[in-house]
Ligand binder design. Structure first.
Ligand code: GAL
Ligand code: ZN
Length: 658
């Protein structure tokens, strides 16, 4: 199987999306000159080129792409070649309106933007496959080709009749008979019983709350339907070029694709990461996405897109202050990225993204943004051979699961203020604040390599996952579990007693009497800290120890944090500092240490392979004390005992033997 290693060969891939079809060919020459100057070695081409390559149905215009591929190759650039199937040309929608997706209220989603295709449409799939076939045949032997990039950020949903028929086929394969579907969906409720398959529909717009199990299955189905589109194209390119790795770029924390399942179908796992430069937690967010993607990849991963400056899709789009692009870029490398790419190379002058930054911004080659890009390119070439292929050691792992996420986003739950992704970020953030490196894993994964397992919240847990957690703890592992976990089974049916009995036994919970969600901004006092968002009226059994109790209020004296052996249950969301402290204490007990002790606030330390990365997110200059001498690979300086980090500063250190 080809891998990212086949594309990197000891260098970090550096570059970005390149859309030269938006520019006259004279500009291309300037582009390659500046790419070389910036240390770019990889460009992603073709992502939105369908209408250029196939201007009319069945026509092929590859001449411009031939010239482009040759030009890039002659300047030493590798090409990540995209199948342009995420944005069908207008002719397809005009000629075949059934290829256009329909919203849940039946509205047609028109062309004129992008991603306007029904994943279940055989007509769309037919055109996409035919074009992929010809593209793959044409460039299979092109020396510039390094990676296949299938489609772009698969994210469409469709409720049309074709999708409905496809959904029924998917359900029939899952359940066999209609009575099994009725049982799984709990259709005895509100007279929803189906008498035959023809009556079954996707969860379309309805009078009141929709069936949550039907919605859960539709999310599973949609992820699978999109994956069929992906694997169809992947199989075509893989047949032409078995030695070239294939990827499709994920959106981070995107509910629409079960990334664990998708990652298993890719040679390279890649992701697009856009932390908000004005968010004081941007560094933590970037770290979390890196950890998640590395875990999905099972090793080095590809950062397919990031922004050199501002994006164009937030209400207010802040640029990156000087140094932040470099800091976040090197942070991604520290956390396992072997490829660091941007959207996009040259900022567009027309279209919806003309105010989205590029590596080469409107300010041009003398602009500050491009200067920083050149610096990053030069620095990556200094460390590439030392980092590529190497791992990021972690003793802690955060569990993350799409079924649980989907089940927790439905209407009609105890609190709509609870956000799965915010909990994930809060818990990962507690580790990050404490300097502890973490991986992510699915709840049924082999956890034996970790000393500590965190479950921020998994409302839905399958039996196998419950058994996995129980046997992990029985085997001596430390488990810290957040509230409202193990509440429903695979079909979204509430477990007897409101929480899986094996988990109740594990944590020492005799009874879950009531869930007590909190209002926005409200807190609940506990021994030594405040909780937010949620609380629970639970009764402990004799073997459980109350680590912290609620104080005052309706739950006075009841356990807020409960422990039985090495299994902890946290029935509220402790304020950030309290969560950091709690996780830090439990980690210490489990033998999980921070990468470095006593760091100045805002400084992150990460080990990758033999190197130690120090990253200053704190906003001002600071000094890190270290034992021994270290060579900074970026400056060539040797530091004895202490390393200075400027604002947004980074050091990549190698220990110098005494
Ligand atoms: C991504 C997309 C790119 C570009 C970018 C802007 O979602 O893949 O094509 O639109 O966002 O931030
Ligand atoms: Zn459809």
């Amino acid at each position: 199987m080809p891998s990212l290693h086949d594309a990197t060969r000891g260098r970090i891939l550096f570059g970005g999306d390149y859309n030269p079809e938006q520019w006259p060919e004279e500009v291309w020459a300037d582009d390659v000159r500046l790419m070389k100057e910036a240390g770019v070695n990889s460009v992603t081409v073709g992502v939105f080129s369908w209408a250029m390559i196939e201007p009319r149905p069945g026509v092929r215009e590859f001449g411009w792409l031939d010239r482009l591929m040759d030009l890039l190759h002659s300047h030493g650039m590798g090409v990540v070649l995209a199948t342009p199937t995420s944005s069908p040309p207008p002719w397809m929608g005009a000629l075949h309106p059934e290829t256009l997706p329909r919203a849940d209220d039946g509205t047609v989603v028109g062309y004129g933007s992008r991603q306007h295709f029904c994943p279940s449409s055989p007509v769309y799939r037919g055109y996409a496959k035919a074009l992929t076939e010809d593209l793959a045949a044409r460039y299979a032997d092109h020396p510039a080709l390094t990676v296949w990039h299938i489609n772009n950020e698969y994210c469409t949903h469709c409720w049309c009749d074709e999708s409905a028929a496809h959904f029924r086929r998917w359900l029939a394969a899952r359940y066999g008979g209609i009575e099994a579907l009725n049982s799984a969906w709990g259709t005895a409720f509100w007279s929803q019983r189906y008498d035959n398959w023809a009556e079954v529909l996707p969860p379309r717009r309805a009078q009141y709350l929709r069936n949550p199990a039907q919605e859960l299955d539709f999310k599973r189905f949609t992820s699978d339907a999109l994956m069929e589109c992906y694997t169809a194209e992947r199989d075509i390119v893989a047949r032409h070029t078995p030695h070239i790795p294939v990827t499709t770029n994920f959106m981070p924390l995107w509910a629409g694709q079960d990334a664990w399942a998708w990652a298993g179908q890719e040679d390279i796992v890649s992701v697009d990461v856009y932390p908000d430069p004005s968010d004081p937690r941007a560094g933590q967010y970037n770290a979390m996405i890196a950890d998640m993607t590395r875990s999905q990849a099972g090793g080095p991963w590809m950062l397919m897109e990031q922004a050199a400056g501002a994006v164009n899709w937030r209400p207010v789009n802040h640029p990156k202050p000087a140094g932040l692009n470099r800091l976040l870029s090197l942070q991604s490398v520290a956390r396992g990225a072997d490829a660091l790419c941007y959207f996009q190379w040259r900022q567009s002058r027309q279209g919806a993204e003309k105010f989205h930054s590029g590596m080469l911004s409107h300010a041009g080659e003398n602009g500050r943004v491009f200067r920083e890009v050149k610096r990053i390119g030069a620095e990556l070439s200094l460390i590439g051979a030392r980092v590529t292929g190497s791992g990021v050691p972690a003793d802690a792992v955060v569990l993350h699961d799409w079924d649980a996420w989907w089940s927790s986003t439905q209407d009609g739950r105890p609190s709509s203020l609870v956000s799965y992704t915010e909990l994930l970020q809060a818990w990962h953030g507690g580790l990050w604040d404490g300097g502890i490196s973490a991986d992510f894993a699915r709840p049924d994964a082999d956890l034996s390599a970790y000393r500590m397992v965190l479950v921020p919240q998994l409302q839905l847990l399958k039996d196998a996952a419950v058994d996995n957690l129980v046997s992990y703890v029985r085997g001596g592992g430390t488990l810290v579990c957040g509230f409202f976990t193990g509440v429903v089974d695979e079909d979204d049916r509430v477990r007897a007693g409101g929480m899986d009995s094996r988990l109740r036994e594990l944590f020492g919970i005799r009874t879950v009497h009531e869930w007590w969600p909190l209002d926005a901004g409200a807190t609940v006092e506990c021994d030594g800290f405040s909780g937010t968002l949620w609380s629970e009226e639970i009764e402990a059994d004799e073997q459980a120890e109350t680590v912290a109790a609620y104080t005052g209020g309706e739950l006075d004296g009841l356990p807020a944090v409960l422990r039985k052996g090495t299994a902890y249950y946290v029935s509220t969301l402790p304020a950030p500092e309290a969560l950091r402290a709690l996780l830090g204490r439990v980690a210490a007990g489990a033998g999980v240490r921070p990468v470095l002790e006593d760091l100045p606030s805002g400084v992150e330390a990460v080990r990758r392979g033999e190197l130690l990365f120090l990253l200053n997110h704190g906003g001002s200059r600071t000094t890190v004390t270290l034992r021994g001498s270290h060579l900074d690979l970026l400056t060539g300086d040797v530091a004895d005992g202490a390393v200075e980090l400027g604002r947004h500063g980074v050091a990549v250190l190698e220990e110098v033997p005494a």
